[in-house]
Design a protein around this ligand. Structure first.
Ligand code: MN
Ligand code: ZN
Length: 497
């Protein structure tokens, strides 16, 4: 059953049935809120019998006796609560959300006795709940046996904390983050017959109601701009390509914008260099970069970030067809540089190179960060635990790495250099679109680097983290929305005026 949490904050709550969730750390005697939710001290006996020690994310489920102000008490262990970081609080919230079933109202006591649990922790806990509650079941028409109906169930959640005012304020930003992540997850999870370039561009256009300026370039306009690399990828599909430009102007007018560019291959068959059948359905997620950029612009706008931010996404479908581009074709990019297409399955970089050039040329941003499910090779290198980070600027790389640690959307920096760059020199054109199997993620990054000039730039290869990612306390979805929280944190920590 899909659950929707209606979250509010209060200093105290009048308990009358429902579920109470209490947090307890290893040092405190009793859990938070014990005096109001558990006056009969059922907890002490239950903890003894179950040998509950309150270590991190452990839990104790208690059916409250007659006369209790609630029906059930759920105690979650926090470990040493004073040592918890932001991501730990997200995980606790996600862990709590997973246990909320068959109940209409829940009171959650987050102020662990003897520990300064700030407003930020309460807001992070709530964000974890929202991220965990997400499930993509748009296309499931049959309910499972344990579900009373297929409809979404709304659960009223009251988070009890001494820091109500501050927590509420921070939570409005948390909601903006959750909505951005969920938008990105939805876009990645949507089937490819439903979400083509035109349909995706309409989803981006919908951000106008938040205050984003959205422009959509059609094939004709891209042709006029000379985007031969992007258009070459699209020419095998009956669905026309789109380039979407999103602008959020939350900073001072004179502030140079920050720019995020996303690969949006709505489906990647590989083209004439067609992929094997096994697992090809996953290639509906080859627009994970564009989804993250769209989700990020949603978040920055919805929380009113004091920054000028640009999002540019290149939307195409890569299909084999009588009109598809061939290995051996030479295309001319918007930059004027020519590219020999060696493998039509190395299409993401062909889309991004024109989107990067366009963004740099038009907006002169203070930095460009592109996100792309670019190479299978990054999975070989890093699995799905880190995204690959390629960067021409140490300051930006350090800021990104720090944001990755803060959000647990982790990055690992990979090398760039002129010896790798040589690997994409072509016999017939300025460059070729693959450097072969060895160092496949690095030569893909070298290719992109040829289109960014002197602008500080980072490429995040999210092929391992955007989809099919590890399911954890805050994500149970195939499409993870990776990148939204990371880049929101990057902006918040370094680029708001
Ligand atoms: Mn491909
Ligand atoms: Zn691809």
């Amino acid at each position: 059953m899909s659950v929707k949490f209606e979250i509010s904050f209060a200093k105290s709550v009048r308990l009358n049935g429902g579920l109470a969730i209490l947090l307890k750390d290893t040092d405190s005697e009793l859990p938070a809120g014990a005096e109001s939710a558990d006056p009969a001290n059922v907890f002490a006996k239950a903890a003894r019998i179950a040998r509950f020690t309150a270590k991190g994310l452990s839990s104790l489920d208690i059916v409250a006796p007659e006369g209790s102000p609630v029906d059930r008490i759920f105690v979650i262990g926090t470990g040493k609560a004073k040592d918890l970081n932001a991501h730990d609080w997200l995980k606790l919230g996600g862990g709590a959300a997973a246990k909320i079933r068959n109940v209409d109202k829940v009171a959650i006591f987050v102020d662990v006795p003897g520990v300064e649990v700030g407003a930020k922790a309460a807001a992070d806990f709530a964000l974890g709940m929202l991220l965990r509650a997400y499930s993509f079941d748009t296309y499931k028409t049959k309910k499972k046996d344990d579900e009373d109906n297929g409809a979404q169930k709304t659960v009223k959640v009251t988070i009890v904390t001494a820091n109500v005012v501050a927590a509420k304020k921070l939570f409005s930003a948390s909601e903006a983050i959750a909505d951005g992540v969920i938008l990105a997850r939805d876009l990645v999870n949507e089937p490819p017959n439903v979400l083509g370039p035109v349909e995706f561009s309409a989803k981006a256009k919908a951000l106008e109601k938040l205050g984003v300026e959205v422009e959509i370039l059609t094939e004709r306009e891209m042709r006029r701009l000379g985007m031969g690399a992007l258009l070459g990828v699209a020419q095998g599909s009956v669905r026309p390509p789109r380039l979407v430009i999103m602008q959020w102007k939350g900073g001072k007018p004179k502030d140079k914008p920050v720019a995020f560019i996303g690969k949006g291959v709505v489906f990647d068959t590989g083209g004439i260099s067609i992929k094997p059948a096994a697992g090809m359905e996953d290639m509906k997620g080859d627009m994970g970069g564009a989804a993250a950029v769209t989700g990020l612009i949603h978040t920055l706008t919805a929380r009113g970030a004091k920054v000028n931010a640009i999002g540019v996404i290149g939307l195409v479908e890569n299909m084999p067809d009588g009109n598809a581009q061939r290995p051996g074709d030479i295309v001319t990019s918007m930059s004027g540089q020519t590219i020999e297409v060696i493998n039509t399955d190395a299409e993401g970089r062909l889309v991004l190179c024109d989107a990067l050039w366009y963004t740099n040329d038009r907006f002169k941003p203070q930095f460009m960060i592109n996100l792309a499910t670019l190479t299978g090779a990054i999975l070989v290198a890093l699995g799905n635990l880190h995204a690959g980070l390629f960067c021409n600027d140490d300051k930006l790389a350090n800021e990104l790495t720090a944001a990755g640690l803060a959000t647990n959307e982790r990055l690992w920096r990979m090398p760039l250099g002129k010896d790798y760059d040589k690997m994409i020199d072509s016999k017939f054109a300025d460059m070729k679109n693959t450097g072969g199997r060895h160092a496949g993620s690095i030569t893909a990054a070298q290719f992109l680097k040829r289109f960014v000039q002197e602008t500080p730039w980072a490429h995040l290869d999210i092929a391992g983290t955007a989809m099919g990612s590890i399911q954890d306390e805050i994500n149970q979805s195939w499409g993870s929305g990776f990148g939204v929280r990371l880049l929101d944190e990057l902006v918040r920590a370094n680029y708001e005026s």
